[in-house]
Design a protein around this ligand. Structure first.
Ligand code: AMP
Length: 377
């Protein structure tokens, strides 16, 4: 399968080629033809599956097909994302794929001054990528109207619900014309998600890739049993030497993330923490540093990690086992992306055994136990 077979137009194909995309991913193969056909879609897919291109490419192509060369920029597409990082990443994808096309887009998210965003809006935007809170805020101030939207994407709907954005999302949707094409993406198909999806979608095509219960087969998973108080020594131990060049470490809490990063720094390891209490500029600086590998270890909470997009992230370390088994699948999905292999290590203390059990149940396999380590318990 090639992108040409998906009937994409040349200005998109040439940019995909430059980006080194050779074959479309399964979610792209399954979604793009239906979306180009004008269908609504329910996509069950997590980050790392190529879902952004699965909706961004058809949107760009459909906007191009309908382009009125005399008209000003009219906002026809809205993408809602739960986090700033994801919104920025989606924007970057639209920029990359649409380089040869002349559409403008604005990225709207909170935590920063609204002035620059308003300036962007005033210039006129074809594509709006936004997190719910700030979008609603700017709508209420009269800077944004959604009455010209024809394409609406709700990305990571499960996370939107988890983060308590449902009411904001509903208020926003109420302002979008009913006559539209809706693309709904979620990593899970829980009943609450399905209820929301059914209220938004008209006769949707359902596509599903790597359901959340099947962990990426390219990820090698192992677990270390260790006492809680020894986890920091174990982390230091596994990071010793050069085997782990670059790692994303997960903690359950913001405080935990700060503590782990501080401890690593005190041992001379270049580490930073990222979580919701950090300012936008810090988050951007840290993500950039991690992306260009100046920062070796990024310690993150689950919400902050959503949307961290680092090519070929080799290692994910679960410093703490997540309470929700699905979260484990999301976490390790950060590694081994787009065809490269990854390694996921989990540190499990006695009080976390039940979480690990749930994970085993969900992924339907046992994770290899590393017994030979100095802090075995
Ligand atoms: P996403 O799931 O949209 O976050 O995409 C995950 C990563 O895969 C991103 O870094 C994309 O740039 C990359 N990607 C998406 N589609 C393809 C493709 N067809 N071939 C290679 N890489 C891709």
């Amino acid at each position: 399968m090639t992108f040409t077979k998906l009937n994409l137009i040349d200005p998109l194909l040439s940019e995909l080629e430059k980006l080194g995309y050779v074959t479309p991913t399964p979610i792209q193969v399954q979604s793009i033809p239906h979306l180009l056909d004008g269908k609504d879609i329910f996509g069950c897919a997590q980050t790392g599956t190529g879902k952004t291109a699965a909706f961004a490419l058809p949107i760009l192509q459909m906007l191009e097909a309908k382009k009125d060369h005399t008209a000003k920029h009219i906002t026809k597409a809205l993408v809602l994302a739960p986090t700033r990082e994801l919104a920025q990443q989606i924007s970057a994808n639209f920029s990359a794929y649409g380089k040869k096309l002349s559409f403008t887009h604005a990225t709207i998210f909170g935590g920063v001054s609204q002035n620059a965003q308003i300036k962007d809006l005033r210039k006129g935007v074809d594509i709006l990528i936004a997190t719910p809170g700030r979008l609603l805020d700017l709508m209420q101030q009269g800077f944004i109207k959604l009455n010209t939207i024809e394409y609406f994407v709700l990305d990571e709907a499960d996370r939107m619900l988890d983060m308590g954005f449902i009411n904001d999302v509903k208020k926003i949707i109420a302002k979008i014309p009913a006559k539209r094409q809706t693309m709904f993406f979620s990593a899970t198909a829980a009943p609450e998600i399905m209820k929301l999806a059914n209220s938004l979608l008209k006769d949707p095509v359902r596509v599903s890739v790597t359901p959340v219960s099947s962990t990426a087969s390219l990820v090698t998973q192992s677990v270390y049993y260790v006492k809680k108080e020894n986890k920091r020594f174990l982390l230091n131990h596994v990071l010793k030497g050069n085997a782990i060049e670059h790692a994303l470490v997960f903690t359950r809490t913001k405080r935990g993330a700060d503590k782990v990063a501080k401890d690593l720094k005190s041992k001379g390891i270049n580490a930073e923490a990222i979580h919701g209490n950090k300012s936008q500029s810090t988050r951007e600086r840290v993500l950039k540093g991690f992306k260009n590998k100046h920062i070796r270890v990024l310690v993150a909470t689950d919400i902050a990690s959503r949307g961290i997009d680092v090519d070929k992230l080799s290692h994910v370390i679960n410093y703490e086992i997540p309470e929700q088994a699905e979260t484990y699948v999301h976490r390790i999905g950060r590694t081994g992306r787009a065809g490269s292999t990854g390694i996921a290590l989990s540190f499990c203390s006695q009080d976390e055994m039940s979480y690990l059990k749930d994970i085993h149940k969900l992924i339907k396999k046992n994770i290899q136990v590393i017994e030979a380590h100095p802090f075995a318990s």
